[in-house]
Design a binder for this molecule. Structure first.
Ligand SMILES: Nc1ncnc2c1ncn2[C@@H]1O[C@H](COP(=O)(O)OP(=O)(O)OP(=O)(O)O)[C@@H](O)[C@H]1O
Ligand SMILES: [Mg+2]
Length: 76
């Protein structure tokens, strides 16, 4: 099963593109390292996956649940 599915995920803060059309698929049981320099957008990406920030565009699913449409199920 795909644990995390990210398609075209994008976050823009007042014109600053913090996360730019990211596509990642992570399988259940897979270990995935998210690396990048300061300001690369790692925390912004994780906050969208955790439903703490609403994406500007694109989509992401955690355990099959959409972070925008089903945030309660994603958090559970
Ligand atoms: N709430 C916010 N409002 C405006 N800009 C933001 C906000 N949060 C992050 N940014 C900007 O978005 C970009 C990505 O920041 P983010 O914190 O996601 O990077 P990061 O990869 O986690 O960096 P670090 O390695 O320093 O933790 C940066 O340019 C940052 O200044
Ligand atoms: Mg960070």
């Amino acid at each position: 099963m795909t644990a995390i599915e990210i398609n075209g995920l994008t976050k823009v803060f007042d014109g600053l593109v913090a996360v730019d059309h990211v596509n990642i698929n992570i399988a259940e049981g897979e270990l995935f390292g998210l690396l990048g320099p300061n300001g690369a957008g790692k925390t912004t990406l994780i906050k969208m996956l955790a439903t703490l920030l609403v994406p500007t565009s694109g989509s992401a699913k955690v355990s099959g649940y959409d972070v925008t449409k089903d945030p309660d199920k994603v958090r559970r």
